[in-house]
Design a protein around this ligand. Structure first.
Ligand SMILES: [Zn+2]
Length: 275
């Protein structure tokens, strides 16, 4: 029996999880117990949204992560299992954009505001709310074509290099924006780069972000349901034209929203709603 267990854990540990920069590795576990560590980072074991006898963990891989082999450890009162993680560099397109020069080289008087907003965002996304507010698949915030995918390597005004941290939806005229899923509104604010911004905490380290808005229909502290109208699209912040930017943060990392939400939605039984 012990030999069987040993062989079994060896077989499990030999199957490497494939990870890609900017994508999320969603791992399904045999039980919803214990905790996960990756390098020096602790990652919570979450309940599977449908099968309560199983657990899952969201391993978001940073856009700038280095390719290579890593080890994930899953520790429960009964076992410690090592799951090798192999990270590869994902390939993303390049984009060249022209925006208001003040959004590329901010005037000195804007620096304090930019730094405060950056620190505030970091504090929000780093907060783990130990409650799950959603129990249904996620939806698109608006029904529209996408104009820029997550991950594009961007050059602004020929100088500033960055990457696209979310997905852009076409919205030439003010369009109602829906909450992608249930959660608590944690921020509605006009911000230097993201313009009119709404952030929703879905619990367990998962946040959705809606940028460049022209109006808010919710306020911080509001509990919103999936599909509830939260705002109107606009053209505020660092933009080339009116659109909706939609992002997802998982465990403090800017994840590819469609990749993450398609994986979460796939946990639900048919019929699946297309994202
Ligand atoms: Zn965007």
């Amino acid at each position: 029996m012990h030999l069987f267990l040993l062989l079994f854990s060896l077989a499990v540990s030999l199957t490497a999880i494939e990870g890609y920069t900017g994508k999320t590795s969603l791992i399904i576990l045999d039980s919803p117990s214990g905790f996960i560590t990756l390098e020096d980072k602790n990652i919570s074991v979450l309940a599977h949204p449908v099968d309560r006898t199983r657990g899952m963990a969201l391993i978001p891989i940073d856009y700038y992560a280095s390719a290579g082999d890593y080890n994930i450890s899953w520790t429960t009162p009964a076992i410690t299992r090592t799951l090798p993680l192999h990270i590869s560099i994902a390939s993303y397109p390049t984009e060249t954009l022209s925006v208001d020069p003040a959004k590329v080289t901010p005037p000195p008087e804007a620096m304090e505001r930019i730094e405060a907003e950056s620190a505030q965002a970091k504090a929000i996304y780093g907060h783990f709310t130990p409650i799950r507010y959603w129990n249904k698949p996620f939806i698109r915030p608006i029904e529209s074509n996408t104009t820029s995918a997550y991950g594009s390597a961007r050059t602004y005004n020929g100088s500033l290099k960055s990457y696209h941290g979310g997905i852009d939806f076409r919205a030439l005229t003010p369009t109602p924006v829906q909450a992608s899923n249930a959660g608590i509104v944690v921020l509605t604010q006009d911000r230097y780069y993201s313009g009119g911004t709404v952030i929703i905490d879905h619990g367990e380290g998962l946040y959705s972000c809606y940028f460049h808005l022209s109006r808010y229909d919710v306020k911080p502290g509001d509990l919103v349901s999936r599909g509830q109208i939260i705002a109107l699209t606009g053209a505020s912040g660092r933009i080339t034209g009116p659109h909706l930017h939609f992002g997802m943060m998982a465990n403090g990392i800017q994840a590819d929203p469609l990749d993450l939400l398609l994986q979460l939605n796939a946990l639900f039984p048919e019929p699946k709603r297309p994202l």
